[in-house]
Ligand binder design. Structure first.
Ligand code: ZN
Length: 869
């Protein structure tokens, strides 16, 4: 008996250990590129493209483009007997080389057009290859306009070439590694007008009433930057040093609205001209606001395309300014357009720069805190990607599709690396280095070594370790830090561990770290070298014990820090530091620690911090601390004049769903606040008041009829209602998802449907069918969302529909969305099975435990002793 009990115990212990081992959640390990993804190189150029002329008729009714593309080129080496251009889905009628018709072949798989020459040509020859063709483009060129669902939508035709979609509407070289001048001669039916790259040479009226626009771009550029934006636009004009700056907005948009979004452009052009040392280099700068655009904006050379969603009324300005978007696309006119990444593995030379120069512009326009806030935001969303998905080197040739490169590593981590370089070079070195890079490579394609070399040669600073560790290597230092004061030697002692998982592409990091010895009144900043070791002791002389030690107060270094400090020290850091980065770090640490001291410090920050971002974070941190005093502190902040802070406070109130007295407060905000974002946040927060559903649900149901900018209110209300009361949300969610419903809340309605299916498994089939129906939706972003939501729903019956649609998608981004959805369904299936197995095992163990207890009890009884409880 005894031995059997013993044996059972061992089994139990072993099983529980096993259970624990399998149940510990780890960091997401989804690889960036699936195993076996080949290394990608740009195709070899046979020729140097010198000029591209497009003579095209754009027909909205037929959704077609017809005309001639003339590529003028010079072979790079002798003996070139055939020429390859990229063309996808084009109907080619005739090809002439220097006027003589030549045979050609199309390869739909490789998306190429090959033209056979009558002999070998070499660098002494100049060939004009004219291709007569037409197309009904499946991607790259989009025709939008009124239909049954949206009768008010303006007619527009616009292109989106990056990264390799322009081949769907004209044949040319379609990789970034060549540059050419271009010309666009575009004929359209009135009242449509054409905006394209460079200078408008003339507009000609045709006898049949159509109109031809002739644009010419004299600064050579990569062909993915060739663009058209065609519509019946209202044009609003500015200038920058005699260069026309133009905003094209949909008809009916008033000038004030156009200026609200784009009016800062001359100021931004000024700033970048100085920051790069190269004045804005093109004949004009246009921004066209187009409807249904799939990105925020696209930096087509001298003619940026922007989403019309960025246009907003005065009420939305504080919460949804266009400034960041405009600054990002404008920065690309230098980084991306004047200097272009030579291949997509170097995409950070476009995107990391555009993001970082946006942050620099924010500093110029709004000061240090706005700059730090921007950098902090870049950092958080990079870390989210790492946490959720993967980490990878910024520069990598192993990617499945160019579109995959456009992630938080290319943008955010790229920008954060520039931020570190900025720190290492100092203000003057940075400025000199950037000027030299732009000066040396303007008008060329660039690689990462080009950039590093320009900086090092100009400043003498050696940057090898930054590039090796952060650009060619993956990850970032994950520090675990402790400090103490050693009075005998009058030293502050710092113990620094690097805890990131090393191996493969991630190693240990070395960098100079600023350490601030901090009192209530002063911060003494010292720079110490952190070595590439997993453990290091550092000593800093200090006559007295500082109240606390702050690491990297300005937030220059990309890293995470787990710093063991008590709340009192974080409170000192919060009040005594000037730099925003140190304050934000303290606020977050206090939110994690909780307790009265933390609440007091955070409440003070919420009332008194001058920069809104610090107040927002304080509100968020208080929401995390779910004690009554935190709620009081939040309520005390509700009258904040800044709507962005009010939004965060209301969101945080959602963490106190026991408190029915908050419902009227949320309702008041939802129905009366001047800010759409605040109203949306109030709706979102109401979604957590499950215990008081009868009170909260009708408020949300009523909010479904509230119109707002980007449908913030309706979108949040339907999602919240689905959480709170799935039955009540069922009908309205279906209605709001339909084609023809307000476009901006349709995706939220899809999300709500998935929430409903999760609460009520009987509706899963129906929700799956509804979502499948939206895979063919005309809206690009809604299709994206339908894929995502089907992945989330996790129903394997959706796989055939996803795969059917994926075969029809010409666009790499949508194909990846489809793949990701299928992957997610399969993972959730196997996870579901694991969960079931785990569940079964726990039940079995519980039964065994009961048995064990019974046996022990019986054994005790047999011995005649009494069992104690
Ligand atoms: Zn960009």
């Amino acid at each position: 008996m005894r031995s059997k009990t013993q044996h059972l115990r061992t089994v139990l212990a072993a099983s529980l250990l096993l259970l624990l081992a399998t149940a510990v959640p780890g960091r997401a390990e989804r690889p960036f590129a699936p195993e076996g993804t080949p290394v990608r190189y740009m195709p070899t150029r046979q020729y140097d493209l010198q000029h591209l002329r497009l003579d095209l008729v754009f027909d909205w009714d037929a959704r077609s483009v017809t005309g001639t593309a003339t590529n003028t080129l010079v072979p790079l080496l002798p003996g070139v007997g055939s020429l390859v251009f990229y063309a996808a889905g084009l109907e080619v009628r005739k090809v002439r080389v220097n006027g003589a018709e030549r045979p050609f072949s199309l390869d739909p798989q490789a998306q190429t057009l090959t033209v056979k020459l009558e002999r070998g040509y070499g660098p002494q020859d100049r060939l004009e290859v004219a291709v007569d063709y037409s197309a009904h483009p499946q991607a790259g060129l989009y025709f939008v306009g009124p239909d049954r669902g949206y009768p008010g939508k303006p007619r527009q035709i616009w292109s989106q070439g990056e990264s390799d979609l322009n081949r769907f509407w004209f044949p040319s070289w379609d990789y970034p590694n060549d540059r050419t001048t271009t010309e666009m001669v575009a004929t359209v039916k009135r009242p449509l007008a054409v905006v394209s790259n460079g200078k408008l040479l003339e507009v000609t009226d045709q006898p049949d009433g159509r109109r031809t626009y002739h644009w010419r771009m004299d600064v050579p550029h990569s062909t993915y930057l060739v663009s058209v934006a065609i519509g019946d636009f209202t044009r609003v004009a500015d200038t920058w040093h005699d260069i026309p700056v133009e905003y094209y907005v949909p008809p009916g948009t008033d000038e004030a609205t156009a200026r609200r979004s784009f009016g800062d452009t001359p100021k931004i052009l000024d700033f970048y001209s100085q920051a790069t040392g190269r004045p804005y280099p093109y004949a004009k700068y246009a921004q066209s606001a187009v409807v249904d655009f799939m990105w925020g904006g696209e930096e087509n050379i001298s003619a940026t395309t922007q989403t019309a969603r960025t246009l907003h009324d005065a009420r939305a300005e504080a919460d949804y300014p266009s400034e960041g978007l405009v600054a990002h696309e404008t920065a690309h006119q230098w980084f991306g357009d004047l200097l272009t990444c030579q291949d997509w593995s170097n995409a950070w030379l476009n995107e990391g720069f555009a993001d970082y120069f946006t942050a620099l512009y924010m500093r110029h326009a709004h000061g240090e805190d706005a700059f730090a806030w921007e950098v902090d935001d870049l950092r958080s969303s990079y870390l989210r990607e790492v946490e959720r998905d993967y980490q990878r080197p910024i520069v990598t040739k192993r990617y499945a599709d160019p579109i995959d490169m456009f992630d938080r590593h290319t943008y955010n981590k790229g920008a954060l690396v520039l931020h570190m370089i900025h720190y290492l070079l100092g203000e003057e070195g940075w400025s000199k280095g950037i000027h030299a890079y732009v000066e040396r490579f303007a008008g060329q394609t660039v690689t990462t070594p080009n950039f590093q070399d320009a900086l090092e040669k100009t400043t003498g600073v050696s940057l090898g370790s930054v590039f090796d560790q952060y650009v060619y290597g993956a990850g970032h230092p994950e520090l675990k830090v402790k400090w103490d004061y050693q009075p005998d030697t009058r030293q502050v002692h710092l113990e620094i561990r690097q805890t990131q998982k090393t191996g493969g592409e991630t190693g240990l990091f070395s960098f100079p770290l600023e350490v601030a010895l901090t009192d209530e009144r002063e911060m003494v900043v010292r720079r110490v070298p952190v070595a590439a070791r997993d453990f290091q002791d550092l000593y800093l002389p200090s006559d007295k014990r500082p109240r606390t030690v702050v690491l990297d107060p300005q937030g220059w270094i990309l890293k995470t820090v787990d710093f063991a400090k008590p709340a009192a020290e974080w409170a000192v850091q919060l009040t005594a530091s000037k730099p925003l980065a140190a304050k934000l770090e303290a606020i977050r640490a206090l939110g994690d620690l909780g307790g009265d001291e933390a609440v007091a410090a955070l409440g003070r920050a919420l009332r008194e911090e001058p920069f809104y971002g610090a107040r927002r974070e304080a509100a968020k941190a208080l929401g995390k601390i779910r004690q009554d005093s935190a709620l009081e502190a939040l309520r005390a902040g509700l009258a904040d004049k800044d709507s962005r802070v009010r939004s965060s406070i209301l969101e945080a109130l959602g963490s106190f769903p026991e408190h029915a007295e908050l419902i009227p407060i949320l309702r008041h905000a939802l129905e009366t606040d001047d800010s759409y974002a605040v109203r949306g946040a109030a709706a979102g927060a109401l979604g957590s008041f499950e215990k008081h559903r009868d009170q909260a649900a009708p408020i949300l149901a009523a909010a479904l009829s509230q119109g707002s900018y980007r449908e913030t209110v309706r979108g949040n209300a339907i999602k919240a209602l689905a959480e709170l009361d799935p039955d009540r949300a069922w009908e309205p969610a279906q209605k709001l998802a339909k084609y023809g419903a307000p476009a901006d809340s349709r995706s939220d309605a899809l999300e709500a449907l998935v929430t409903i299916a999760k609460h009520d498994r009987h509706r899963r089939d129906e929700v799956r069918k509804i979502l499948e129906g939206y895979l063919d939706d005309p809206y690009y972003s809604l299709r994206e969302n339908a894929y995502r939501r089907l992945g989330e729903l996790g129903d394997p019956d959706a796989i055939p529909a996803i795969e059917r649609r994926a075969r029809l998608e010409a666009d790499g981004r949508q194909q990846r969305n489809a793949e990701k959805a299928v992957q997610r369904i399969l993972t959730s299936q196997s996870k579901g099975r694991e969960d079931q197995a785990l569940h079964d095992r726990v039940e079995q163990l519980e039964r065994e435990t009961e048995l064990l207890k019974e046996q022990i009890r019986m054994a005790g009884e047999k011995k005649g002793g009494s069992t104690s409880p």
